[in-house]
Write a protein that binds this ligand. Structure first.
Ligand code: FES
Length: 109
């Protein structure tokens, strides 16, 4: 387990929805989308494999419905629970980041 700051609290993530999280690093950092389905959470780089754009339609706001997240740029659709490409112009899935929840805090593993 690392000592990095928590990404957010578990209850910050709406059930069936997603939030955007910025991870600051010494090399400039990166953005994640953190999604929740009930008691399960998932994180992926906020970068669409189609054309490398952010997935959100406004900062931190994502199109999530029925277990799928849709890229707001050209409509590629990915499975929330695996990041797999399900439809649209993507050929590859989202890049996952492993998470842990400790005392209600969501952290990268
Ligand atoms: S950049 Fe996401 S579908 Fe094109």
């Amino acid at each position: 387990m690392n000592d990095a700051a928590p990404l957010c609290r578990f209850e910050d993530i709406p059930d069936g929805g997603a939030i955007g999280v910025r991870v600051d690093t010494s090399t400039g950092g990166f953005d994640l989308v953190v999604l929740r389905q009930g008691e399960r959470i998932f994180a992926y780089h906020n970068e669409c494999p189609h054309a490398g754009r952010n997935l959100d339609f406004a900062p931190g706001r994502f199109l999530v419905r029925d277990g799928r997240i849709t890229c707001a740029v050209h409509g590629a659709t990915f499975a929330v629970d695996s990041g797999a490409c399900l439809g649209g112009p993507c050929r590859n899935g989202l890049v996952a980041m492993p998470l842990a929840v400790i005392d209600g805090e969501v952290r990268l593993r």
